[in-house]
Design a protein around this ligand. Structure first.
Ligand code: GCV
Length: 677
């Protein structure tokens, strides 16, 4: 018996709403039954039907299929897409490739698990994003940077693990449409630098083969200074002939051993990691050197834009970390090879609970782009506090970038009303540049905890990210409902309360933490719990600039000028406090505590009110959860309850520290006379 759960693939018994009649037999035409993805699809189907409906599935060979599932190759269906259609007792799964077969099978199993009818079904699905990836920040010693659910299941004591759990991970990932996985931390140091050497290539081959059987390509994070660290030339200058020769040889070795490898992810010139800037070269120079070398093998280079000065002087108000990604990359737009993708964090800072969308999306219009979000809850509650992040991902994807619009820098219309909206989803889905080297990735929230994600409810992010990456049109509510029905129960109350909790959780977290888009105020380095001035006088460029009169960072054209990095409609919106979206007000403006919001409340009163409300909402969520006792597996119920106890303590601490801090700074009392310390 495994000591880990099956997550949303538990396949517990389900009410049969007509599925059993359709699923007892399966026949495959046009695909090789022994092809690994097809074999895994059939195995999954058998497992799911046995668990949920108690039936056996027979694979037919030459016999005629009268009732059952017919898998056929249909070249017209888009890559990784599928059509499921029931007619006369036959459930057709049509696909042009093996991945589509696997995804189609998972779709059917999902419907059975949700007790939804298959009779009469006719759906066609195709992925909205060509690349749909999890990025793991796992270290070779088994620790996970920003991991909140145990240790790595990919690495232990500098060894690679390939075992039954790896397979279950692949099943979970593939079931939501993930097609690429970076297994190691972007901070590549020590043993991880050696992943591209013969020390590890044999085991990587085994892992890549297992992944491939689920339509997933394996990627590695790379150390840009590997030539120096692995005993090659004493330089990593991309223009140095010896360095290039060293990489050419290295990449040939790697691809010879692991031809399935998708490519490499690189964090360069960032937070102490080496990069091309060290040698006076551009980011494009660095990325292109590697891209040219992996190109013959079909590889790609994912190049991160998280490049900023992390040794800033807090006294210097002209320097603004938010500007950094744009300032460092905009001048290189169009300089990258077609197998380079710039990987851009959703916001300009670092995965805060509320940030504007990175202005690079849309501003870059001749460079492949990929969106990076973080479902590991680094700044959003460490998978102790519940924080369902899919609504935030949807907001980002829906942001109008004005990409490729000729009047981008002159238009005076509101970004919201433009008929030619080009959203982040369009950019990273490859629909603006018509490119396939584009997509979306998430810093993943898994570890070797039995339930994969620490807090069971964090499983909704693990599941939801993949579903959204495949089908950007799904609502956050629909994804929440699916996950609850698959992983918790189909019970009506569980579904209703579960959805309520998940859907309110992000705003609840925002209410009791940092207000109005200002971010941070967290315990330095650890990033859980409050410390209002924790980063205020530090080198990291993460300030709130509160004084006795007001708070916020002036990023307008009178301040750091960050707002001007957007297309004109968004720049105008952010530049003016009166029309700036209020949830981002203090990100863009330094304002007095008595400044009135559109609600009529002052900023200080808003801070007090939201912090009291945040704690009350946690209490409300706990109440809702307690009503579900006995309606799901006891283990799950207890796990979440225990996390809620800790979340409540955290929320109270945030409330009291933030309210007291601003009361003491401003001297303005709470209009409602509540307890502030
Ligand atoms: C992997 C933040 C995190 C770091 C992380 C970095 C990054 O700064 O705190 O742990 O490093 O982002 O995204 O590279």
């Amino acid at each position: 018996m495994e000591n880990w759960t099956q997550g949303w693939l538990a396949y517990d018994p389900r009410r049969d709403v007509g599925g059993a009649q359709l699923t007892g037999r399966i026949k495959i035409t046009g695909f090789d039954k022994e092809q690994p993805i097809v074999r895994n699809a059939v195995a999954e189907f058998r497992r799911g039907i046995r668990g949920m409906l108690g039936g056996r599935v027979t694979l037919l060979h030459s016999e005629e299929l009268r009732k059952g599932v017919l898998i056929s190759r249909q070249p017209g269906i888009p890559e990784e897409g599928y059509r499921i259609r029931e007619a006369d007792g036959i459930l057709h799964v049509d696909a042009s490739g093996e991945a589509g077969v696997l995804y189609g099978i998972f779709h059917i199993l999902r419907l059975i698990a949700m007790e939804e009818a298959l009779v009469g079904i006719d759906v066609t699905c195709r992925p909205d994003n060509p690349l749909r990836m999890y990025n793991h920040w796992d270290n070779l010693d088994g620790s996970i940077e920003r991991g909140y659910s145990g240790d790595s299941f990919f690495f232990q004591k500098n060894k690679i693990l390939v075992n039954r759990r790896t397979r279950d991970y692949c099943r979970l990932a593939a079931s939501v449409g993930i097609n690429g996985v970076v297994i190691n931390n972007v901070n590549v140091k020590e043993a991880a630098s050696w992943l591209i050497t013969e020390r590890y290539l044999g085991q990587l081959k085994g892992m890549a083969g297992l992944f491939a059987g689920y339509g997933i390509r394996l990627y590695l994070s790379l150390n840009f200074a590997a030539p120096i660290e692995l005993g090659g030339p004493d330089s990593a200058d991309p223009f140095d002939e010896d360095v290039r020769a060293w990489w050419r040889q290295k990449i040939a070795e790697v691809y010879e051993a692991v031809p399935e490898l998708g490519g490499f992810l690189v964090k360069a010139d960032s937070e102490g990691r080496p990069g091309p800037f060290t040698y006076g070269r551009t980011q494009a120079d660095g990325a292109n050197m590697l891209a040219d070398l992996v190109k013959p093998y079909g590889g790609i280079i994912l190049w991160r834009c998280f490049v900023y000065n992390c040794t800033q002087d807090w006294r210097d108000r002209t320097m603004d970390r938010a500007r950094a990604a744009y300032d460092n990359f905009i001048g290189t737009d169009g300089d990258y090879r077609d197998n380079v993708i710039l990987q851009i964090k959703n916001g300009p800072m670092d995965f805060q609970i509320r940030e504007p969308v990175s202005p690079l999306f849309g501003a870059l219009h001749r460079t492949n782009q990929m969106l990076e979000v973080q479902i590991a809850q680094e700044y959003t509650g460490h998978q102790i506090d519940v924080c369902y992040l899919i609504p935030m991902c949807k907001e980002v994807l829906d942001f109008n970038t004005c990409a490729a619009c000729p009047s981008r820098n002159s238009c005076t219309a509101s970004a919201a009303c433009c008929e030619k909206r080009r959203t982040v989803a369009d950019v990273v889905g490859g629909r603006v540049m018509h490119n396939r080297n584009a997509g979306i990735c998430a810093v993943c929230n898994t570890g070797d905890d039995g339930n994969w994600t620490g807090n069971e409810l964090a499983g909704a992010n693990f599941y939801g990210f993949g579903r959204l990456a495949y089908d950007t049109g799904l609502s956050a509510e629909r994804i929440a409902e699916e996950w609850i029905r698959l992983a918790l129960s189909n019970d009506r109350e569980v579904v209703e309360h579960g959805k309520k909790i998940l859907l309110m959780s992000r705003e609840t977290y925002e209410k009791y933490t940092s207000p109005l888009g200002i971010g941070w105020m967290v315990t330095p380095m650890e990033h859980y719990g409050p410390s209002v001035d924790g980063y205020e006088y530090s080198r990291w460029g993460t300030y709130h600039r509160a004084d006795r009169q007001g708070i916020g960072v002036d990023r307008t054209d009178r301040g750091t000028g960050y707002a001007q990095q957007y297309a004109k409609p968004a720049a105008d919106l952010y530049n003016c406090a009166e029309i700036c979206p209020e949830e981002l007000l203090l990100f863009f403006h330094h304002l007095p505590y008595r400044y009135r919001l559109r609600s009529g409340k002052t900023i200080i009163q808003h801070i007090y009110d939201t912090h009291f409300e945040g704690v009350e909402e946690v209490e409300e969520m706990i109440g809702l959860w307690k009503e579900l006792e006995g309606k799901m597996e006891e283990r799950i119920y207890r796990n979440v309850l225990e996390r809620f106890d800790r979340q409540l303590l955290n929320a109270r601490e945030w409330r009291d520290q933030v309210n007291s801090y601003f009361y003491r700074k401003s001297g303005i009392p709470d209009e409602k006379g509540r307890k502030i310390y």
